[in-house]
Design a protein around this ligand. Structure first.
Ligand code: UDX
Ligand code: UDX
Length: 463
């Protein structure tokens, strides 16, 4: 089968950037990204590429270069499916909020809907690629839907997990550590794998393209995220011990990171990891392990999440305790709301949970984030369903600039590692705050000595 057209279902943080880079590197292919959400597609088609719905360094210029040439964003899902030989599925797979596996298993309803739609529309053979992170063996379910509801056409299902991290998505896509493609070990399966290998080979060296069976590929993605998250929980667990003993977690991380067997990356103590993947993927792993009766394995991985929740909770507790055991009626300013720097994504951001705890203590929360607006912040809080939307709106206010946000504050909590925070005029901020002026640095990005010299009571994680 000659590949000339690709369709991607889901124009989100994964589908959008991934397809933009494929379009840039494969000018001979026509790529259509479709989404049920009309508003999102309209934003992707905004004349000014700075208004595309996802903020990601370098993305808007790749979109500007390719959009309308060989990259298209559309709501016409059926047409895009029908004409494509390869269909990527990159819709979201949230954790189930109901029924069996509630709070743990991935909700596959969107994936199933996609499979049914593909089955209905397809008139010729298709390769269907799982790009969303999925529980192991989802490919099997997709295949069964396609084979039993389709009109006799042949489907090959591939697993091609995404390893990009938000904030560095474009460089991760351009220079991946590896591309992983899982498929059936049959001749047809191998042909489908080769078709996808050929696409990536346009810019990725062959020795970085790994092929395997579907299940190994699916499980590798969950495992990679579980290992990364585990490193953060490990260092965070020790950050608490450092605070008790007078050791400094940054020094510990530096010392162990120089052991090449351990490596220096992903050892930054923080207020806790966020993002759409880590928690969800580990919960998934835990659910699968439990469903096979592997309770020790399940408990082992669940501890990574328990530790992460503890880290967020303990940060909020520390703020309350330090502010003389009460924050009622006090103004606490958050610098950062996104789950990490260089993204406007807030899913599972530690800031949400810390705000929730502090609002329970009747604090007023002021927020400045360079890329997140008031609407999103309130939507994140409302989603927790701790209190009414009106109460959230009364307790939380976001600002257009950091100096206004910090005016009159009792304390500042640094919750995202945006680089611009380091360069602020901290003397000016100090002068405008209530005294004593507290800074709780949840990302360890500010200079402790300088902050103390200005007069701040400064507390970092793990020292
Ligand atoms: C990611 C990854 O794909 C997934 O692996 C990860 O586990 C979590 O989410 P992401 O691109 O970050 O997806 O999600 P999101 O930004 O929510 O985008 C998904 C898009 O799919 C949304 O725009 C949504 O409107 C769209 N969608 C969802 C459809 O078009 N059809 C559906 O049936 C469901
Ligand atoms: C992650 C994986 O890195 C990526 O490969 C996968 O495809 C999707 O999930 P992402 O969630 O976008 O990517 O960001 P990542 O850089 O992994 O950060 C996740 C969270 O961990 C962030 O909240 C970040 O601030 C935090 N983190 C990261 C730490 O607290 N300390 C660290 O040392 C590293």
């Amino acid at each position: 089968m000659e590949i000339t057209k690709i369709c991607c279902i889901g124009a989100g943080y994964v589908g959008g950037p991934t397809m933009a880079v494929i379009a840039q590197k494969c000018p001979h292919l026509k790529i259509t990204v479709v989404d049920l959400n009309q508003e999102r597609i309209d934003a992707w088609n905004d004349e000014n590429t700075d208004n595309i719905p996802i903020f990601e360094p370098g993305l808007s210029s790749v979109v500007a270069e390719t959009r309308g040439k060989n990259l298209f964003f559309s709501n016409d899902v059926e047409k895009a499916i029908e004409e494509a030989q390869i269909i990527f599925i990159s819709v979201n797979t949230p954790t189930k909020t109901y029924g069996k596996g509630k709070g743990m298993a991935a909700d596959l309803k969107y994936i199933e809907l996609c499979a049914r739609q593909i089955a209905k529309v397809a008139k010729d053979n298709k390769i269907v690629v799982e790009k969303s992170t999925l529980p192991v063996r989802t490919a099997e379910a997709i295949k069964s839907i396609l084979d039993n509801t389709g009109n006799g056409v042949q489907f090959q299902i591939l697993s091609n997990p995404e390893f990009l991290a938000e904030g560095t998505a474009i460089s991760d896509l351009l220079n991946p550590d590896r591309i992983l493609i899982g498929g059936d070990q049959t001749p047809e399966g191998q042909k489908a794998i080769q078709a996808l290998v050929d696409i990536y080979a346009n810019w990725v060296p062959q020795d970085k393209i790994l092929t395997t069976n579907v299940w190994s590929s699916e499980l590798s993605k969950l495992t990679a995220n579980a290992f990364l998250a585990q490193r953060i929980s490990s260092i965070n667990a020790l950050s608490e011990l450092c605070e008790k003993t007078g050791a400094d977690i940054n020094e510990v991380a530096r010392a162990i990171g120089m052991d090449t067997r351990i490596g220096s990356k992903f050892l930054k103590a923080s207020v806790g990891f966020g993002g759409s993947c880590f928690k969800k993927d580990i919960l998934n792993l835990v659910y699968i392990a439990k469903s096979y009766g592997l309770n020790e394995t399940a408990d082992y991985w669940e501890q990574v999440i328990i530790m992460n929740d503890h880290q967020k909770k303990r940060f909020a507790d520390k703020i309350v305790k330090t502010l003389y055991n009460t924050v009622a009626g006090k103004k606490i300013t958050f610098l950062g709301w996104a789950f990490k720097k260089d993204t406007n994504d807030t899913r599972e951001s530690a800031a949400i949970y810390i705000a929730d705890d502090l609002i329970n203590e009747q604090a007023g929360i002021c927020v400045y984030d360079p890329k997140v607006n008031q609407k999103k912040i309130l939507a994140d809080l409302d989603y927790l369903e701790t209190r009414s939307a009106a109460e959230n709106a009364k307790s939380t206010k976001s600002f257009e600039n950091p100096y206004d946000a910090c005016q009159g504050a009792h304390a500042i909590a640094v919750l995202t590692e945006w680089e611009e925070f380091v360069d602020y005029d901290w003397q000016r901020i100090y002068d405008a705050m209530q005294k004593p002026a507290f800074v709780f640095d949840g990302r360890n990005i500010l200079n402790k000595t300088e902050m103390q010299k200005i007069g701040f009571v400064y507390q970092a994680i793990g020292s």
